[in-house]
Design a binder for this molecule. Sequence first.
Ligand SMILES: [Zn+2]
Ligand SMILES: [Zn+2]
Length: 297
Amino acid sequence: MGQPTTQDEYSKRYAENTKTSGTGIYGVRCHVPCPFCAAPDFMVHAILEVEDAYAKGATCKECGRSMHAIVTKSDSATRMAFVQTGGDDPPPWVPISRSAETTTGVDVARLADVPGSRAIAEKVIAAAVAGEAPRRVTISGRAPEPGTEDSGAPAGINPATGQHRDYWVLSPGERSKGFVRPVRSSYRHVGPPPPKYELRELTDDERARYAGEGYVRYEPYPESESPKRGRLWTQKDLDAVGKGCGTMTTMGRELSETYARQPSFYGSTFCCGCRTHLPVGERGEFVWEGTTERVGT
Ligand SMILES: [Zn+2]
Ligand SMILES: [Zn+2]
């Protein structure tokens, strides 16, 4: 089928040329037809890169018209206004708003949602997410860097900041299942907690066994901690108790919600003061700001 000459032809062609290929949350590609003539493959993008792809826009190889989207984000919604940036005026039956507005850099642009295209993209995402149900995704929406798929972070450390270039978070679907802790975004580096139970000297036997490893005290655990029996402490461990740098770090909503949904999700977190990642959890080095509750518990 060539260029459509009626809205019916356009709609039929649009539906035919709306496709996906590949498999998996990172592998699926959405094939988006031209919004003006419904020619195939106006844009081909990964499902997690919808906004980037639309914001960048494209030019139709068949009709030569260009479009990009102005993406505006709020807490609850992402809205895309579609703007024709090149090519001939589309035929009057193309389902794009005819209202013309002046926007910066575009003399006369047609601002409108292209009916169907966003809804289709969302449907594709929903289907892919439902089928694959990824428990964790990257915060950026990009694929993890090669070799990091099973690592604690999906990207290496940026030496300029000490932070990973990307982080894992629980997927929106997983987070929407409900929180088991309040959603909190700020934590303070207070250092490791003191021993929970009374310490005792090492026995001769323990001293012999652990000589050279620096252990100086033993913290026997009560029955309630079984199967854990106790913990050996080095002088360095004891000296570090309570000695965080005191800096408060604030993180984004995706990370906060991930902690709230699954407190044990992360093994460590970033301290802005120390510019490095340090342990979280019961024996971790951070408390939620304004509380004595350890991050990651
Ligand atoms: Zn076209
Ligand atoms: Zn610190």
